[in-house]
Design a protein around this ligand. Structure first.
Ligand code: AMP
Ligand code: ZN
Length: 118
């Protein structure tokens, strides 16, 4: 369930500090330490799944929950309403997908432009 060498497992366990956005039994969300946009947080499963390359049918409910949470948390964190506002969801997967932390996470980014990146 947990990888003792994983930085996001340590954040979820409270062993590394983070700015928490949301938590329930299945998921944890916290502000990205190096934000690209005025709003930039990460939504992660509490279970250590390395990436989207490892998900299966057993994760259907979890992934559905994460995707349904994203717009709600985006609005709560200050993203402006669709369609003038909105947000971007990014899920980097593997080295060629730009993934640096190998614990599945969804980036949720938004807020007025210009952004730092993206
Ligand atoms: P990725 O490149 O998709 O694996 O993204 C990993 C993200 O984790 C990057 O945007 C980092 O800024 C972010 N990150 C790394 N360490 C921390 C941390 N301790 N707290 C919050 N965000 C972090
Ligand atoms: Zn982990």
């Amino acid at each position: 369930m947990h990888d003792p060498s994983c930085i996001f497992c340590k954040i979820i366990a409270g062993q590394i500090p983070s700015k928490k956005v949301y938590e329930d039994d299945d998921v944890f969300a916290f502000h990205d330490i190096n934000p690209w946009a005025p709003v930039h947080f990460l939504l992660v499963p509490k279970q250590h799944i390395p990436s989207m390359a490892q998900v299966g049918p057993e994760h259907e409910r979890l992934l559905g929950k994460m995707l349904l949470l994203a717009p709600r948390l985006a609005a709560e964190q200050g993203c402006n309403p669709y369609p003038e506002g909105g947000f971007r969801i990014v899920c980097n997967t593997g080295a060629e997908g730009g993934q640096e932390v190998h614990h599945l996470h969804i980036h949720v980014m938004g807020g007025p432009r210009p952004w730092v990146r993206g």
